[in-house]
Ligand binder design. Sequence first.
Ligand code: K2U
Ligand code: ZN
Length: 172
Amino acid sequence: MKRPILIHPDPRLKKLCPPVDDLSDALRDLADDMLETMYDAPGIGLAAPQIGVLTRAIVLDCVKEERAEPRPLVMFNPQVVAVSDEMSTYEEGCLSIPDQYADVERPAQVKVAWIDRNGSAQEQEFDGLWATCVQHEIDHLDGKLFIDYLKPLRRQMITRKMQKLKRERARA
Ligand code: K2U
Ligand code: ZN
């Protein structure tokens, strides 16, 4: 089912998440809830800590074309195993930091290794928006947000806006 997405600042979004030891139906159900929550947001990626579950699981589907077949990916214990020298800059957002966007520079291509929902080891190269998104999601598992790449003043401004948003939501 759809889960509430935590909003920054929240200590759970800054934690280092422990790896998944062995797959279970509970973890497969978590992945399904994360996909449902992601599509509903809508978003193109989601990490388990964003719904308050501190484990190394992410989901992504960066297929942008409306009519194209969705390509949901579920990754347990994802690891970047190689990066390109070439960098790319993308205006990133985050479902835990609504309506705030900023340019973030990351390696343009990354090779990622992970365990899929059947428990099989996978390895794949990503480029373009997929590369940006998978790095953004893996950062979440290490308690890192895209605003951590910004200058302190800009990060503080965004954090203050989120604190105001949370106060307003609490009153509503
Ligand atoms: O992790 C998240 O919060 C979902 C992120 C994933 C993402 C961020 C930046 C760049 C690519 C992916 C997004 O908020 S999903 C919404 C979105 C969609 C397209 C482009 C940017 C943000
Ligand atoms: Zn995010």
